[in-house]
Design a protein around this ligand. Structure first.
Ligand code: ADP
Ligand code: MG
Length: 571
């Protein structure tokens, strides 16, 4: 392996030359306590930045074995180091005078930004005997020529400093690291405990659920009302690090959240939907955990649908369209919501999260009066109200539903909680009494059974990621769109996708399915196959190149993206 000094000499030798000369520095360099891997060098200062990695023997880091003794801890440790490394990159980039190393990204080292969730990312990878951190660099330039001396400053001087401050246990804030690891381990444990306790969600007393704003995911400061469970729903969990924690347990079945407008219903549901992820210490949702398969369901008109069996909810559409293999390039509110549910069930979700704010009204309710005016023969939709119980009893799929607008759901709910000025009350008994006293005269619709599920098989050929001369073309826009091959996949309504790296990883997983097509596999098998691959080999298994921008997704989201792919072909 070449040495640090060799890199320095090379950089000085190409000073002022055409930017392409940087290509020569590709390779591995021994820096003594670590090695630097320059894997991809950008062709010009405005191209996507260069890809670098640091590899250090685990022993050298001084990290105690305890900090990575199980997979929860490993994920949290790597997440923490990524955050520290990214922060130190920023510090060193900012502290150099702006523009000194060139325009745009030039002269900066950085990693993708990280939010409130502790997630598996391949920015930092822990192997048996080494720790690897991947990052990007904009190699310094003036116009289109190399700034060799600045590059030396960046890679030979600043980088070892960043490594010193980020990868050594002694340089880290030990208490914060410990808290990060313990919180993640507890949250994982809590999530696995849910099923044994017959719960679908748990929200600890004292949790802070509201966020600072719609565009700022940090906890609301100051005036937030901490969560407090009503005593009737209080349960205790015993966590490996935090010990006993009390909070509200929502049981399997049908949970209804009611309450006046602006009293915190959607905020509670949103926190529950984010409970599929672990949160950083100080987030306020550290001990909010939700069934790992939970899927937020909403209406999503204009999405495409490919051969989904939505006949449980919708039948006899005008123009005799079949709803057992329903396809449309542009769904309505109700058909999209029906498809979203059927696809979630197909992908294995055991908990649906639904908010009236983002639902199609005619999908959710159909009252007595409307039944009188429009007979069942003329209404293709069976409202969710008539299906939610069957879905639970026959398919084992629970629901948490925000519904402030209709008491018809009192009939079917196992638990009804009310929000009053952000405080929770258990009103199950009252709601039951009201349902008995004021009988709705509505007739049940939709038959005795839930109906048939979808078990589709994807024609893997349709997942071709080619575009022009590129054999694989994947780009992502924010957390809204995956540009996959020639197609755009709109994922903006998949609310539990929270990190751009998840979109990238989903794109790569689709390429994986394209290359490893299994002729007979159902979509559900494809999803499990990807999940198993990730569990066994990690995110790196998805991409041949060295990169650090992939983030773990759940299989329900992979399914959701595939389902929104407009080229999708079902056999
Ligand atoms: P709803 O769905 O009942 O209409 P939201 O959940 O949208 O109400 O909440 C309304 C507002 O109240 C939001 O701005 C939200 O941030 C804020 N909020 C929600 N929960 C709390 C809380 N526990 N403490 C303080 N403010 C809250
Ligand atoms: Mg709301």
């Amino acid at each position: 392996m070449k040495k640090q000094e060799d890199l320095g000499r090379q950089l000085l030798a190409i000073d002022r030359k055409n930017y392409k000369a940087y290509k020569q520095i590709r390779g591995h360099y021994d820096f003594g306590n670590f090695s630097l891997h320059i894997d991809y060098v950008q062709g010009d200062p405005f191209a996507s930045p260069s890809q670098l990695a640091i590899r250090m023997p685990l022993e050298e880091t001084g990290l105690p074995r305890d900090s990575y003794k199980n997979s929860s801890r490993q994920t949290a440790l790597c997440d923490y180091i990524s955050r520290v490394f990214a922060q130190n990159c920023r510090k060193h980039s900012d502290h150099r005078s702006a523009g000194h190393r060139g325009a745009g990204h030039s002269g900066k080292m950085f990693m993708p930004s990280i939010g409130q969730e502790i997630l598996e990312r391949n920015a930092t990878v822990l192997a048996d005997t080494s720790l690897e951190v991947r990052f990007n660099a904009g190699l310094p330039a003036r116009g289109r020529s190399v700034l060799g001396r600045q590059a030396v400053e960046m890679l030979i001087k600043d980088l070892p400093q960043i490594v010193q401050e980020s990868l050594y246990y002694d340089a880290l804030d030990k208490r914060r690291l410990q808290a990060h690891i313990e919180v993640a381990e507890d949250a994982d444990f809590l999530r696995t405990q849910l099923r044994q306790m017959n719960l679908v969600a748990f929200i600890a007393n004292g949790a802070i659920l509201p966020r600072r704003s719609g565009v700022d995911d940090r906890p609301m400061s100051g005036q937030a009302v901490p969560f407090q469970s009503p005593s009737s729903l209080e349960v205790t969990v015993d966590l490996p690090n935090r010990g006993k924690v009390r909070g509200m347990g929502l049981y399997k079945g049908i949970n209804l959240i009611v309450g006046g407008g602006y009293h915190g219903k959607s905020t509670l549901l949103r926190a529950i939907s984010m409970g599929v992820y672990n949160h950083i210490p100080g987030d306020g949702r550290e001990y909010v955990a939700t069934d790992a398969s939970a899927m937020k369901i909403r209406a999503e008109d204009e999405r495409s649908i490919q051969k989904v069996n939505i006949s449980a909810f919708i039948n006899k559409l005008p123009l005799q369209q079949s709803t057992e293999a329903f396809s449309t390039p542009s769904a309505s509110g109700s058909t999209s919501q029906a498809a979203n549910i059927m696809e979630a069930l197909e992908a294995g979700s055991k908990l649906l999260l639904i908010d009236e704010d983002t639902s199609a009204t005619n999908f959710m309710i159909r009252d007595h009066r409307m039944q009188q005016l429009i007979s069942k023969e003329k209404e293709p939709i069976t409202p969710f109200l008539d299906k939610v119980k069957q879905m639970y009893h026959e398919q084992g799929v629970s629901t948490i539903l925000v519904m402030g607008g209709s008491g018809d759901y009192f009939e079917v709910a196992n638990t009804v909680i009310a929000l009053e000025e952000f405080r929770i009350k258990d009103v199950s008994e009252q709601a039951k009494a009201i349902a008995e006293k004021y009988q709705t005269q509505r007739a049940r619709e939709g038959g005795q059974q839930f109906g048939r599920l979808s078990h589709r098989q994807v024609d893997h050929q349709c997942l071709n990621p080619e575009k022009g001369k590129k054999s694989v073309s994947i780009k992502v826009h924010a957390i809204d769109q995956i540009l996959y091959g020639e197609e755009k996949i709109d994922v903006s309504q998949i609310e539990q996708l929270i990190d751009q790296g998840q979109l990238k990883a989903i794109g790569e997983a689709m390429v994986y399915l394209y290359h490893n097509a299994n002729g007979k596999a159902k979509l559900a098998d494809d999803l499990s196959r990807c999940e198993q691959l990730l569990n066994e080999k990690g995110l790196d298994a998805l991409s041949p190149k060295l990169r650090g921008d992939l983030v773990r997704f759940r299989k329900v989201e992979l399914a959701a993206a595939i389902n929104r792919f407009r080229n999708l072909k079902i056999i």
